[in-house]
Design a protein around this ligand. Structure first.
Ligand code: ATP
Length: 522
């Protein structure tokens, strides 16, 4: 199955099983805005809990806040978003479609990378076990030429972006012969800057000065609260402030499902450190965040670091953690060393001192900041795209049958355990199953299901990633035992009703994810 087909299946699966619906679908939808359904909201909450606990609960020196979406308009002047939070847009005159010019160039680079990978796959087939990829990459003239081409284009784009040289970005699009994917034409407008912030107005004021913005990142709510939080929580540098919340960006091109949305959710942590110590903490968080991703069984080869070629106006170092989505490696999380840019700017524009007195050094300073910033929705997409699988397994009669299974980490699974009476129309079975369900629901999210044959019910639970199914049969009525079926191994065991809670709790416990990380607590 092609990657494209896989992605289409994923989108369809998200809808069919109540994970994600397009917003306002009834009115034909709203571009790049999505709603999470019953299973989706459970999974989203579990992802948020996993992040929150790993930050706030596992680190004595990280505290959480929940700041408002609306902020004083000066916030966005200070942060640089009013003047610099722009994307370069370009229109195709024939199709009238609008694109991000930098993304058109990046897509072109991705195509060259795909060519390199194709070359490698071909060689791998030809040489078999004797194939040495590192050597091939270092010596094959076609690969070397393509790598050089990629690097030259990426460098030129990065320079043009950081210089705001819109004419050169357009020149690049033209020189590379990039055509509009819709019309196929190369008839482009000039490149223009487009500010990504949504604006609105307070009820009782009018005029440009008092324009309100929907926050494009959660970070500024943390910066403006730095002193409030530091004083009330009595934290000493180094310490962090974490937050989960909605952010809004008027993205020019909304594509790839929940990868790029206009309303999305971020999980950000700003870590305040002594000036000069930021690179130490930058390295620390780079590693810690990679471990967080791998702990939920995302394999190392699906994750990689990608250093920024084009640093944002506030950063002195920045790296992305990229994930291999169905449409290739793309940014999942950013780790940025933001210097003292934001706090300094807020100090200047507010006219209030934002200083920290370091009791050990006996001096005042504006702390430096290392931030980790990840989109909940992108993480959701990473989890779903890795977990959704089709496989052939033996059915109840021992024959091969295919199943769609969501092999999600049990700690993130929307439903932890399904309780299934063997037959629907046997009251003694259904009332027993109800009693088991009513007991378990106090401990974790359970589902009771009596409709359809047991095999079909198993498949339904597989499709939403439920790690355990409990079947109540006639033996249960005799000896209080049940069958517990494990999603991935399909192993079925007979256990006592009293053991269910302990077994499921152990299997779905988030603690296991943190224990692996114990060695790297701050
Ligand atoms: P991109 O280059 O993909 O536009 P970015 O570099 O602008 O992303 P950041 O400003 O670093 O992104 O935001 C931090 C994180 O927020 C990203 O790593 C991503 O997970 C998430 N994010 C940013 N924009 C969106 C969006 N439009 N939709 C969903 N998630 C987003």
């Amino acid at each position: 199955m092609s990657q494209d087909d896989k992605f289409k299946k994923l989108v369809a699966h998200c809808k069919e099983y109540g994970f994600i619906f397009q917003s306002s679908e009834l009115y034909d939808g709203l571009g790049a805005v999505y709603d999470y359904g019953p299973n989706g909201s459970e999974l989203k909450n579990n992802i948020k809990n996993y992040w929150w606990q790993s930050m706030v609960q596992m680190h004595e020196n990280i505290v959480g806040i929940d700041a408002a979406i609306f902020m004083h308009p000066k916030t966005w002047k200070a942060s640089g978003h009013v003047d610099a939070f722009n994307d370069p847009l370009i229109d195709n005159k024939d199709s009238k479609k609008r694109y991000r010019a930098d993304v058109l160039v990046e897509d072109y680079i991705d195509k060259i990378e795909a060519k390199i990978n194709k070359e490698i796959t071909k060689a791998q087939k030809r040489f078999g076990d004797a194939f040495d990829e590192v050597q091939f990459r270092a010596t094959n003239p076609r690969v070397l030429a393509n790598v050089e081409k990629m690097e030259t284009i990426a460098k030129r784009l990065a320079t043009a972006m950081s210089d705001g040289d819109l004419a050169d970005i357009k020149a690049l699009v033209e020189e590379l012969g990039i055509a509009c994917p819709v019309s196929g034409s190369r008839n482009w407008t000039d490149v223009r800057q487009f500010n990504l912030m949504f604006s609105t107005q307070l009820g009782n004021v009018a005029g440009e000065e008092d324009k309100l913005y929907l926050r494009p990142e959660t970070a500024q709510g943390i910066f403006v609260n730095f002193l409030n939080v530091q004083k009330t929580s009595r934290q000493k540098v180094p310490f962090g402030i974490a937050q989960i919340g909605k952010a809004f960006r008027n993205e020019i091109v909304a594509r790839q499902f929940i990868f790029r949305m206009r309303e999305f959710e971020q999980m950000e942590m700003q870590f305040f450190v002594r000036p000069g110590e930021e690179m130490k903490w930058y390295d620390y968080w780079k590693k810690a965040r990679m471990k967080w991703h791998q702990a939920i069984n995302h394999p190392a080869e699906k994750l990689r670091y990608h250093d920024h070629d084009n640093l944002a106006h506030y950063a002195n170092a920045a790296v992305d953690i990229q994930f291999e989505f169905p449409f290739g490696f793309k940014e999942l999380e950013g780790i940025h060393s933001r210097t003292d840019f934001d706090l300094k700017q807020h100090q200047e524009l507010s006219g209030r001192k934002i200083q920290y007195f370091d009791p050990e050094l006996q001096e005042n300073y504006i702390p430096y900041v290392v931030e980790t910033s990840i989109g909940v929705d992108r993480m959701f997409l990473a989890v779903m795209s890795h977990a959704l699988q089709e496989e052939v397994v033996p059915d109840a009669d021992g024959k091969d049958s295919s199943r769609v299974v969501l092999k999600i980490h049990p700690a993130l699974a929307p439903v932890k355990c399904a309780v299934l009476p063997l037959l629907k129309n046997k009251e003694e079975l259904t009332s027993k199953a109800r009693a088991v369900f009513d007991k378990l629901k106090f401990s974790f999210n359970c589902q009771y299901d009596e409709k359809d044959a047991i095999g079909r019910r198993y498949r339904r639970q597989d499709a939403i990633g439920t790690p355990y199914c409990i079947t109540i049969d006639f033996d249960t009525l005799e000896d209080d035992t049940v069958t517990i079926r494990e999603r991935d191994t399909l192993e079925q065991k007979r256990i006592s009703i009293n053991e269910i809670e302990k077994i499921v709790n152990e299997g779905v416990d988030m603690k296991a994810l943190f224990l692996e990380k114990e060695d790297q607590l701050v």
